[in-house]
Design a protein around this ligand. Structure first.
Ligand SMILES: *Cc1c(COP(=O)(O)O)cnc(C)c1O
Length: 458
């Protein structure tokens, strides 16, 4: 039995690279949503697991032939759904190398390179987001797990103050913690609270203003057993909670502030938009996504916690004591143990963009968003939010009309925009988060949306 890589395998790897390149070269000119026949063809994957082995080349051919046409063209420039970036070419290339390395990034001894690149990338992220350099950090799967990680550190720190060891004794019989969230908190933050035994529903919800910002004047009384969750970048409007005021009050009371800054916190990386993030640096923990605005490939989330010891106490597999000067062991700060070296793509993307490139990406996508708003308003459609960053909410009038237009835009294929609810009304959400979006993409998409809206209204 031959157990080293064969000439056939090498040939298959080369062919995979060529297929991937062909995909990337054509993804911008195909309909954004896959055709119904391409989706129907995915049924060909549904076969009994073959008895005999299949060679690498055949498996990769099958994957590309049936799989590629069934993908959504999020890697192109005209996908504006959810808040999804597209992987920068350097991120894709780094993935190819990192997959070949196949490192387990749990411990430094398993991969000095993975640990070193994570350390450096986390340092750059703290710097660009304006967060304390001594904070603990972790590269996780996304903002959901970054929220989970930050909130686990909060849970640890607040219960430790009452002499309660939550990692060992759990939440049964623990002193009560109060959790405060905005009425517009992202659903994934509530999920993280649920996973931590803090409860999705057992929260105090603070009313928001017309842009979805928490109202500081409606905050409940805070104490040192309260976790306040604020948001940098409302998933619909892009709005920022009044962090300076909320953090000031929380500090006075000894409460912990956690920031869900999945995409919005990256505004701090642009001199033009940095003012929107004023005061968020006063919080205690932060969640951000690499795979949204910075356009790192999936999956890449980042958790940062001011009190690195609390983060470690919440995440380390055993209560190993921290020795000063000790190098950071990745898995002491993450929910996972074995994990892929997702810091590699984060490092590569930031290294390639540089400070200027990152700022330019943020500013360019915001400019595209403003152009969408202006072009749709000029056609008589209603823009529901103040377009402060890269998010635009559009109404086409009656709820049923708006819903029908969103569905037609998605099936027509020039671009893809999702639907959402804003103040109880259905709305089209346009999120410009991709490095690949050009002015031409914006104009093409604008004309398609305007034409479809015109036809639907007639
Ligand atoms: C996307 C998003 C999340 C969830 O992030 P994932 O990376 O999908 O886990 C949380 N909060 C906000 C504000 C988001 O935009």
């Amino acid at each position: 039995m031959e157990n080293s890589i064969t000439a056939c395998d090498i040939e298959a790897l080369g062919s995979a690279a060529r297929k991937a390149l062909a995909y990337l070269q054509t993804v911008g000119s195909r309909p954004v949503a896959p055709s119904t026949s391409a989706v129907r063809n995915l049924a060909q994957f549904d076969e009994p697991l073959p008895e005999a082995p299949t060679d690498t080349f055949c498996v990769i051919d099958l994957l590309d032939r049936i799989g590629s046409p069934g993908t959504v063209a999020t890697a192109g420039g005209r996908f504006f759904g959810f808040v999804n970036g597209a992987a920068l070419p350097v991120s894709v290339a780094a993935t190819w190398i990192a997959s070949s390395w196949d490192q387990n990034a749990a411990l430094r001894v398993m991969s000095p390179t993975a640990a070193a690149l994570e350390d450096v990338a986390l340092g750059w992220v703290r710097d660009r987001l304006g967060l304390p350099p001594e904070s603990g950090g972790a590269v996780v799967t996304g903002a959901t797990m970054a929220n989970f990680t930050g909130l686990a550190a909060a849970r640890h720190a607040l219960l430790e103050r009452s002499g309660w060891d939550v990692e060992n004794d759990g939440m049964f019989g623990a002193p009560r913690l109060t959790v405060v969230v905005g009425e517009e908190a992202h659903a994934s933050l509530l999920k993280a609270l649920g996973l931590l035994g803090l409860g999705r529903r057992r929260v105090i919800r603070v009313p928001v203003d017309e842009q979805g910002r928490m109202r500081a004047d409606r905050m409940p009384a805070l104490d040192d057993r309260t976790i306040v969750c604020i948001q940098a970048g409302n998933v619909n409007s892009g709005a920022f909670d009044p962090a300076a005021e909320i953090c000031r009050r929380a500090r006075e009371a000894g409460a912990w502030v956690h920031v869900d800054g999945a995409f919005g916190l990256w505004a701090a990386a642009s001199p033009k938009y940095r003012h929107l993030t004023a005061g968020f640096d006063l919080a205690d923990s932060w969640a951000a996504d690499g795979h949204k605005w910075p356009n790192v490939g999936y999956d890449c989330g980042i958790a940062i916690v001011r009190n690195a010891a609390a983060m470690r106490a919440a995440m380390a597999i055993s209560a190993a004591y921290f020795t000063p000067g000790e190098l950071r062991e990745p898995s002491h700060y993450t929910p996972e143990m074995s994990r892929r070296a997702r810091g590699v793509e984060l490092w590569a993307s930031l290294r390639s963009l540089g400070r200027q490139g990152l700022a330019e990406l943020i500013e360019r996508t915001c400019r595209h968003a403003r152009r969408f708003a202006e072009g749709l308003r000029a056609a008589g459609h209603e823009i529901l939010n103040e377009v402060v960053i890269n998010q635009v909410l559009v109404s086409f009038g009656e709820p049923a009309v708006t819903r029908a237009i969103i569905a037609k835009v998605q099936s027509e294929g020039t671009c893809w925009c999702g639907g959402t609810e804003w103040h109880g009304r259905p709305a089209m959400r346009i999120s410009v988060s991709s490095w690949a979006t050009t002015e031409e993409d914006v104009e093409m998409s604008l004309s398609a949306i305007r034409r479809i809206a015109e036809e639907s209204r007639r």
